[in-house]
Design a protein around this ligand. Structure first.
Ligand code: UTP
Length: 474
């Protein structure tokens, strides 16, 4: 794009301040700026700014919300009984035949964790200090061995952390995986806007301030990067999706994949795992039904009255919380990208930028900018029929999101030990526990040792007991 075209197109949408310093820039920075501007879908911006920046992007909550039905963790539950073995077999066949790919979204900025690097490189193993990426890599390797199959792994980065992520894998010899089966691709970005004026911010005199376009950007990025074509070439039909911050995820859960692909009430397009919410105010999206479709309502959008409603037994009526673990059909990704696009959500954040007057860098002390992001779960209601499967908090959700407090490395490590202790106890190993019931030891079980309690039970090399105060890596 030449400078006159850029100036004209930007002026048409009131954003020509992006070229305020262009005459001062050396030629290579000038052309980089023009390339960056050319990549932005400029005509799409004015309605987005009106809706999400100048007003609050309010989303109408459907008036007909009812709690979503789900497959209970206990297949013999009185609320719904189902044949877990049948679905496990179906899922195992899919995994073994190479019809499943793993997909980790790792393009976020991890600002709450405050770690200087891609979040997947964060040392997380409670004994080993293994990074999240290694935990997943071992899960994939162990699954490949268990099913004698190939499990390709797709990792979505962002332009801000792509190179660091790829370098981390090659520096660590891809953690023992075949590099040919790991496919990295960067998601798209959106410009960041001044929250008062709707003007796009300049990160530097020659650089537009941008942010990754949300985990919902995964759909488009899977297509535009060629990852989806690569999946088709390999014969992949279903994607096992998870977020980079949860070391407890089952990278390919046969029961869940079997339900997703073969349950009579699933269209095999997009399925989800859920956890019973710990309390009404827990900050997780809630699975609901509306207009015959499964939808996820963000915690901040969920009417408080509904969130607090209880049933006759005193349990929350809207119980099913989302932990962002999904199974997604390859064909569905294409359908979403070719059809109605996912909506945006606004997040008000601090974004450093260049002051247009003096040209100096401003480090805001208060949130000054609106970032626009798409969310993966907005695709759920686009599926013809989407199922929800209950899992257990200790088994599958130990996220590292915050520097401290809830969902921090401290709580994740406690959950890692708790899960390991449970699995060992189920295998007959004695675990020292304190008076409050918490394990009085630290234990980490590598996915290479066991992917589940059932697999651990089959091992014949387990200790008889763990000593009080011990730190053990198995
Ligand atoms: P979070 O919502 O926790 O956001 O992302 P984040 O950017 O990682 O962290 P904060 O909010 O800045 O602290 C949940 C998952 O979605 C991925 C993240 O990498 C994480 O796996 N994600 C998020 C993307 O891949 N792209 C995005 O644009 C946003």
């Amino acid at each position: 794009m030449d400078i006159d075209t850029a100036r004209r197109q930007l002026a048409e949408i009131g954003q020509d301040h992006l070229l305020a310093f262009v005459d001062d820039l050396p030629p290579e920075q000038r052309s980089a700026l023009l390339t960056q501007i050319a990549a932005i879908d400029l005509p799409s911006l004015p309605p987005l700014i009106e809706r999400y920046v100048k007003s609050d992007g309010h989303i109408e909550i459907p008036s007909d919300l009812s709690p979503a039905t789900y497959y209970p963790r206990d297949p013999d539950s009185e609320t719904r009984s189902w044949n877990a073995a049948q679905y496990e077999d179906a899922g195992a066949s899919l995994i073994a035949s190479g019809s499943v790919a793993c997909f980790t979204v790792a393009g976020g900025q991890g600002s709450r964790l405050g770690y200087d690097g891609p979040k997947g490189c964060y040392p997380t193993g409670c004994v080993s200090g293994k990074p999240l990426f290694q935990v997943f890599a071992e899960g994939i390797l162990a699954t490949e061995r268990a099913y004698d199959c190939e499990l390709p792994w797709y990792i979505m980065t962002s332009p801000l952390n792509h190179e660091a992520t790829v370098a981390f894998f090659s520096d660590n010899e891809h953690f023992g995986l075949d590099a040919e089966r790991i496919h990295f691709f960067a998601q798209g970005t959106m410009p960041s806007f001044d929250k008062e004026t709707g003007k796009i911010l300049l990160a530097e005199k020659g650089k537009v301030a941008t942010n990754p376009d949300g985990h919902g950007g995964a759909f488009r990025a899977l297509v535009t990067s060629g990852a989806l074509d690569d999946m088709r070439t390999r014969g992949v039909q279903h994607i096992s999706y998870w977020q980079v911050d949860n070391p407890h995820v089952r990278v390919a859960d046969p029961v869940f994949l079997g339900l997703h692909a073969t349950a009579p009430d699933s269209s095999g397009e997009m399925s989800s795992k859920m956890l019973p919410k710990a309390e009404a105010a827990e900050k997780v999206g809630v699975f609901c039904e509306s207009g015959g479709k499964t939808v996820i309502i963000e915690y901040s959008d969920m009417p408080e009255k509904l969130a607090k409603e209880t049933d006759a037994k005193g349990n929350l009526r809207f119980l099913a919380g989302s932990i962002a673990i999904h199974a997604i059909g390859v064909a569905f990704v294409e359908r979403v990208v070719n059809g109605d696009s996912l909506p945006y959500h606004r997040a008000v954040k601090k974004v450093p930028h260049v002051d247009l007057g003096a040209g100096e860098r401003v480090e805001p002390s208060e949130p000054n900018a609106v970032k626009l992001e798409r969310f993966i779960f907005d695709a759920v209601p686009l599926a013809e029929s989407s199922i929800v499967y209950e899992t257990d908090r200790v088994e599958e959700f130990a996220p590292v999101k915050n520097k401290e407090g809830v969902d921090s490395i401290v709580t994740s490590k406690q959950l890692q030990t708790e899960r390991a202790a449970r699995w060992l106890e189920a295998a007959g190993v004695e675990i020292p526990r304190r008076s409050d019931g918490k394990p009085d030891c630290v234990i980490e079980i590598s996915p290479m040792t066991a992917l589940s309690a059932a697999q651990l039970r089959r091992r014949d090399d387990l200790p008889k007991a763990i000593e009080r105060g011990a730190t053990v890596e198995l």
